[in-house]
Write a protein that binds this ligand. Structure first.
Ligand code: GRF
Length: 212
């Protein structure tokens, strides 16, 4: 039951990776951090935590080659869970099929609102009262897989894209390790063929919603 093997995919800063590293648990172990960017600061964070890293530069490989290399690396690593944490490449169908129900992502909006980019701007333009982050299963449709948990915060009158981004990041750092831990200790299950969230513990409301 303990120490599920997780692989984290990043492209940049890796602040979510850091929160996942820092979370005190015996339920998971990060066995590798994979980046598509050689300069990603997240790789440094992994090295500082003695976590093995792998880089598959997306700028030096054609998309098809990159996808094939990534699939090969992931099969070789044989993770229980693949965690996308600011990974800026869309996973191809082969990868999603091979690891169906085993890939999760964090997205900076209260999905189903604002899939894709510029989520903070969109929330401000829509004059939303609330904004936040969502952890969801990865399926073939972008940012549309079943929701595993959300963290909601109130948008203040003087919030800008920059302040909202910062607040959402802080929310993500609470939400993401928690959801990963729940999956790894099997409080949340995702069925293999069709990702679904099953409530196993009565004290958990799923999708989990944290209000900041
Ligand atoms: C986060 O805001 C996450 O929601 C999005 O990419 C960003 C990654 O930030 N998918 P970091 O690299 O973890 O700091």
């Amino acid at each position: 039951m303990t120490n599920k093997r997780i692989v984290v995919l990043i492209s940049g800063n890796g602040s979510n990776l850091q929160a996942i590293i820092d979370y005190k648990t015996l339920n998971y172990k990060i066995t590798c951090v994979v980046s598509d960017q050689e300069e990603a600061y997240g790789l440094m964070r992994a090295r500082m935590a003695n976590i093995p890293t792998k880089t598959i530069p997306s700028n030096k490989n054609l998309k098809k080659e990159f996808d094939a290399l990534l699939l090969e690396v992931l099969i070789d690593l044989n993770p229980d869970l693949i965690v996308l944490a600011g990974f800026m490449k869309i996973l191809n169908e082969d990868i999603v099929d091979t690891f169906n129900g085993k890939i999760i992502n964090i997205h900076p909006s209260l999905l189903p609102k604002y899939k894709g980019l510029h989520t903070h701007r969109k929330a401000l333009e829509a004059q939303d009262k609330y904004h936040g982050a969502t952890v969801h299963c990865v399926t073939k449709e972008l940012d549309a897989g079943p929701i595993l948990g959300q963290c909601q915060l109130t948008i203040c009158k003087d919030d800008t894209e920059i302040t909202l981004k910062e607040k959402v990041h802080q929310a993500e750092h609470i939400l993401y390790p928690l959801i990963i831990d729940y999956i790894c200790n099997e409080s949340i299950s995702i069925t293999n063929n069709q990702p679904q969230v099953i409530q196993k513990r009565k004290d958990l409301i799923i999708p989990i919603r944290i209000n900041l």
